[in-house]
Design a protein around this ligand. Structure first.
Ligand SMILES: Nc1ncnc2c1ncn2[C@@H]1O[C@H](COP(=O)(O)OP(=O)(O)OP(=O)(O)O)[C@@H](O)[C@H]1O
Ligand SMILES: [Mg+2]
Length: 244
């Protein structure tokens, strides 16, 4: 089994998580994502998508269950190793950006992992250009629009060139042009596994092949994204109307 798990991108078994003494949000959630898969995580507001993603990167500790990332079990002592492989973009960009300037936010990760200032700045400048943020490199997060914050947060995550990319509502605040640009950027990344929580069903169907619906703390539907977005009855039954 150990060897099989080590072949996998993301392996989650029987995850149980609850906030203090409330009813559990994740109730025995299990799932496997193989290298090469781009997966959408769907579910109405408040079903636990963000909570689940935060447990995957060790920001929230489950009561029980297993998480393996590229063959490594997530534990306190493996957390630095796992964080090196996983890029996680928060639902709220204000949680991501904390340095005095956007440029420093983007160079922070690469510098932390030992790159020279010159190399880290090169990476950041490329990303600033890719995300149309060159002019804002020296601004603080408080001086950016909602969409610009989103793009800067994405750039800061991509700066680490993660194997596994976890994005929580990445199109929030983006205009249609940037939603399209972001889809193109994501499709070109050499990332092994992508997991994207989104309410933007049409957009997410362009960037993922497989979609999961989370309900009552478990994955209830696991199908090709195209099949799910065309199945309005199933979507409605999970509280996911496509027209809105
Ligand atoms: N810190 C917290 N303490 C207590 N309950 C919380 C906390 N954070 C979230 N919750 C609750 O946990 C549930 C799941 O929240 P979560 O943010 O994971 O949902 P979500 O599926 O990401 O929703 P959305 O689509 O709105 O982003 C919600 O009912 C929420 O109210
Ligand atoms: Mg959320």
């Amino acid at each position: 089994m150990q060897e099989e798990i080590s072949q996998l991108g993301v392996y989650v078994k029987d995850l149980l998580f609850s906030y203090s003494h409330n009813e559990p949000i994740l109730q025995g959630l299990s799932l496997t994502i193989k290298p090469g898969e781009r997966v959408a995580l769907l579910g109405p507001t408040g079903t636990g998508k963000s909570t689940f993603m935060e447990t995957l990167v060790g920001l929230k500790e489950p009561l029980s269950g297993e998480i393996w990332i590229q063959g490594i079990p997530l534990e306190k002592k493996t957390l630095p190793q796992i964080r090196r492989q996983v890029g996680f973009c928060f639902q709220n960009p204000d949680d991501q950006l904390f340095m005095p300037t956007i440029l420093e936010d983007i160079t922070f990760g690469p510098l932390n992992y030992g790159l020279s200032l010159e190399n880290a700045t090169d990476i950041a400048n490329n990303l600033l250009e890719k995300f149309g943020l060159e002019k804002y490199a020296n601004r603080s997060v408080y001086e950016l629009s909602g969409g610009q914050k989103r793009l800067a947060a994405l750039a800061s995550v991509l700066a680490l060139e993660p194997d596994i990319l976890i994005l929580d509502e990445p199109t929030n605040g983006l205009d249609p042009l940037w939603r399209r640009n972001l889809a193109k950027i994501l499709l070109q990344l050499p990332v092994k596994v992508m997991l994207i929580a989104s309410h933007d069903l049409n957009w997410v169907s362009k960037v993922t092949q497989r979609a999961l619906i989370l309900k009552s703390g478990q994955i209830k539907v696991d199908s090709p994204t195209q099949d799910i977005i065309q199945d309005s009855l199933t979507l409605e039954s999970y509280g996911l109307p496509i027209d809105y």
